[in-house]
Design a protein around this ligand. Structure first.
Ligand code: C2E
Ligand code: CA
Ligand code: CA
Length: 833
């Protein structure tokens, strides 16, 4: 222990004069000696400290570092924090401890200097710096500070440091060139110079490759840091990422360019306008309107709009709507151009603009019109089709109903229907359903080209007979519809129907030969006969059907009782389909006799239907229905077969009947294998052709002369005789008949009926008989009901008679009995004729 320093007496010395605390510290931290300042501080009296060891006042941390330092045996300086403040003080104190190692006595001479004030200032400064750093690290910018002389980094926030591959501390002390790279440093040299020499802030933009490989756009701000003399001491660097703005700007620029390109390249007109004043337009718009660009710019958009569309366009413009609508432009020559406007609002050069795409609709309208035409017209005849017709009739009915609903019914103004239909014509429409009779045959036998020619001709003829206000349509096939409007009298409709019948029937020249088709017309009136287009058409159809059933080439008005007739026809069709297999048909025979002696010369086979519930039906009741269908063929065949069979039987029985006459239907006569099937029947029944006669109507002979002629020759080659039925009712000319292998004509019973009194009928019968004689044909009269008729005909030279006056048609049994009783006629000698 150093005795010199140990003072046991409290004698004032230099040691005690020290303003700072001084003490001798043992290696274990004990205060061996201390001066007055220390004693005052720690409340010691004399040489001994009065309280606990002074080190107890140190913080645990300070205590520990002091112990460590004391153990080392070196000089040291330590900053020691006290746990407690001095009595009356709040703040813990800081002491700077400077210790000098004294090896010999193995203790330390220490000076304790109170640095609390300094330390607190330091801590405050540190906190401030930390706050600045925190702030710097959290602003969305890169921040750094460089020394003006050395260009070394003295501060950087994390973002800055990290952007250049450092961290906040490691970057410190590095030069600009080291941080941002030599090349970049040289590039920014001019800006740096500006900052340091002219002491002005500098800003520039550059691209920075970022760590993920993308390139960022940055804006760099350099700010000079000047000292109080105005000399630059440093430079603040502030970098902000402006990539987002750049990208947005670029997008705007690109879209501008695209728009410009689009405007030029577009084939559609494009016009820009602001508040209704045109600011730009592209070449197609100029072309469309016929104006040059400078004639358009600055003008009002409305100047180019058709007057009747101005209001709409103005409204759309005012509302600022983005929309698309159709309108009409007026071009330079004053022409109206249908267009579509597609309007958009957009920013252009920082201004809100309206852009309108102007689409020329002329082609589209033409195409639409074409499609509309196709959809509404029949391509063959050019007439409206079913669809268009239905639409039209629907509208007329609606208009009619609306008019009715409004005004009081003015029945007085409407005329009264003439004739059978004495109902007031309330309606103004007449629907005529026209169907061509047997048109299918034209198609089947002469081909579709001829059929098409016929249909076109018929279409033209119908149209020619009507007023402009009437409508004609083709419903497909051979069906035509006529809608007459404003009908005042039923007689008007009758007149038109009559005209149509005549016009359609007139022969058509097809490849040099005359061809005839007849129409059947059914008529329904609106509103009397139906409230809807469908009803009206259905009823006209029914009337047409009945017109056909009553012999074709006629017109008929619908009347309500027909609805059930049509139904009955439907039922009958179903029954007829089974009648043949159920064996419900039967042949009756009507004797035919010589006019002079009434000797049997033949018999006509006439079909009867034993209907399961209605009894025996005459052909008039079911043949029209049968003719509508292919059923006519098998049944016709059955008649022929049955007639031939009976002829064979009678021959074998020795019953002298003469040839059996069989009626043919058109369909049957025209069927391809008709002749073959006749020949087969004769062969199989073992009957010579001479025992059979076939009756054809005049109309059948008119169809196709060459073909009919060829067929007839084949028939007569079989030995079969041919007679022309219902003669006088058709149009056949003499010359025509001369060329055909015909054996007989039958004067139609309508002429016989009013003989001998009616002069016309008498003249006709006489003419037919004379003509027959001159052509070498036998002449028979049918429907002979009286002796007077019989006598008149015989006198005129008619060869044969058939009719009720001789005998009604008889069942087979009755006929056989009749032949046995009367077959020989009046005079016995005739039996051996
Ligand atoms: P159509 O060929 O003119 O036959 C003569 C019709 O006159 C028969 O009527 C007959 O009954 C009727 N009749 C006979 N005598 C008299 C008379 O003195 N006065 C009157 N007013 N009429 C008389 P039906 O049997 O009712 O036959 C009607 C029509 O049916 C026939 O007229 C014929 O065109 C057709 N038909 C009859 N059977 C067949 C057949 O098997 N096949 C074909 N395709 N048609 C037939
Ligand atoms: Ca007949
Ligand atoms: Ca007849």
């Amino acid at each position: 222990m150093d005795a010199a320093l140990i003072s046991t007496t409290p004698e004032p010395s230099l040691w005690d004069e020290l303003p700072d605390m001084a003490l001798l510290l043992a290696v274990n931290g004990d205060a061996l000696r201390f001066n007055r300042a220390f004693a005052e501080q720690w409340g010691a009296t004399g040489a001994a400290l009065s309280g606990p060891p002074w080190t107890d006042l140190l913080t645990a941390e300070a205590h520990e570092s002091l112990s460590e330092a004391l153990a080392l045996g070196h000089d040291f300086t330590l900053l020691l924090q006290l746990r407690l403040a001095r009595p009356g003080e709040e703040t813990p104190r800081w002491l700077n401890c400077a210790a000098r190692w004294r090896p010999d006595p193995s203790n330390y001479l220490c000076l304790l200097h109170d640095v609390t004030a300094i330390r607190q200032a330091e801590l405050l400064a540190e906190a401030k710096t930390a706050r600045v750093q925190l702030l710097a690290d959290n602003v969305p910018a890169l921040i750094a500070y460089y020394d003006a002389a050395s260009f070394r980094c003295e501060f950087a926030n994390s973002r800055y440091a990290e952007t250049f591959g450092w961290d906040r501390l490691s970057i410190l002390g590095h030069t600009v060139a080291e941080v941002i790279g030599e090349a970049a440093a040289q590039q920014i040299q001019p800006q740096v110079n500006q900052v340091l020499q002219q002491r002005r802030a500098a800003a520039y933009e550059r691209q920075l490759p970022s760590r993920d490989g993308s390139v960022r756009w940055v804006e760099v701000n350099l700010l000079p840091h000047l000292d109080e003399r105005g000399e630059p001491v440093g430079c603040f660097v502030l970098i902000s990422d402006i990539t987002r703005h750049r990208v947005a700007e670029q997008a705007v620029r690109e879209s501008e360019e695209r728009l410009a390109k689009f405007m030029q390249a577009s084939t559609e007109g494009i016009v820009f306008h602001k508040d209704g004043i045109i600011t730009d337009a592209n070449p197609p718009l100029c072309e469309l309107t016929g104006f040059a660009l400078d004639e358009i710019l600055g003008r009002r958009t409305l100047d180019f709009i058709a007057p009747d569309h101005v209001a709409r366009v103005a409204a759309v413009t005012a509302s600022g709507q983005e929309t698309a609508y159709e309108s009409v432009l007026i071009d330079q020559s004053g022409q109206r151009i249908p267009v579509e406007f597609i309007v958009r609002t957009m920013m252009r050069n920082d201004e809100r603009m309206r852009m309108t795409i102007v689409r020329d609709l002329r082609d589209r309208h033409a195409a639409q019109a074409h499609i509309h035409h196709l959809a509404h017209h029949d391509t063959l005849t050019g007439l409206p089709n079913r669809y268009a017709f239905m639409e039209h009739i629907d509208q007329l009915m609606l208009a009619h109903a609306a008019a009715k609903g409004g005004a009081a019914p003015d029945g007085a103004a409407d005329a009264v229907l003439a004739g059978e239909r004495s109902v007031p014509v309330d309606g103004r429409l007449a629907l005529l359903f026209i169907d061509l009779d047997h048109f299918k045959r034209v198609n089947d036998s002469l081909g579709h080209l001829v059929g098409d020619t016929m249909l076109r001709t018929v279409a033209a003829r119908i149209t020619a007979k009507l007023r402009n206000t009437d409508v004609v349509a083709r419903f497909g096939g051979d069906e035509f519809m006529v809608l007459m409007t404003g009908v005042a009298h039923i007689s008007d409709v009758e007149e038109v129907a009559q005209k149509l019948l005549l016009a359609i029937q007139a022969p058509v020249d097809v490849e040099g030969r005359p061809l005839t088709v007849t129409p059947s017309i059914g008529i329904a009136m609106y509103p009397g006969d139906g409230g809807s287009p469908d009803d009206l058409i259905r009823h006209a159809d029914t009337a047409m059907y009945l017109a056909k059933a009553r012999g074709r080439a006629h017109y008929r008005f619908f009347d309500p009782s027909m609805a059930s007739l049509a139904y009955a026809a439907l039922v009958m069709e179903g029954e007829l389909a089974h009648a043949l297999e159920r064996n419900e048909f039967e042949l009756f025979f009507q004797p035919q006799v010589s006019a002079d002696r009434f000797a049997l010369v033949g018999a006509e086979a006439l079909i009867r239907w034993n209907h399961p519930t209605r009894g025996l039906l005459l052909p008039g009741e079911f043949l029209p229905v049968l003719e509508q269908q292919r059923l006519m063929l098998p049944i016709g065949h059955w008649v022929l077969r049955q007639a031939v069979h009976l002829a064979g039987r009678w021959q074998r029985q020795g019953l002298r009947v003469g040839p059996v006459a069989v009626n043919l239907s058109t369909l049957q006569f025209q069927s391809a294998d008709f002749v073959r099937s006749v020949a087969q029947a004769l062969r199989e029944e073992g009957v010579p052709g001479a025992m059979v006669e076939l009756e054809l109507t005049e109309r059948m002979l008119m169809d196709d002369v060459a073909e009919v002629s060829a067929r007839l020759r084949e028939i007569s080659a079989l030995g079969i005789r041919i007679s022309v039925d219902d003669f006088g009712t058709g149009y056949s000319s003499l010359g025509h008949l001369k060329e055909l292998p015909i054996d007989k004509v039958k004067i139609d019973r309508s002429f016989v009926h009013d003989l001998p009194a009616n002069r016309d009928s008498a003249a006709i019968s006489r003419a037919i008989i004379q003509m027959g004689k001159s052509l070498g044909l036998a002449v028979m009269a049918e429907g002979v009901e009286t002796e007077a008729q019989s006598e008149f005909l015989a006198t005129q030279g008619c060869d044969e008679l058939q009719g009720l006056w001789i005998s009604p048609p008889l069942s087979v049994d009755a006929f056989e009995a009749w032949v046995r009783e009367h077959g020989a006629g009046r005079d016995e000698p005739d039996l051996f004729r």
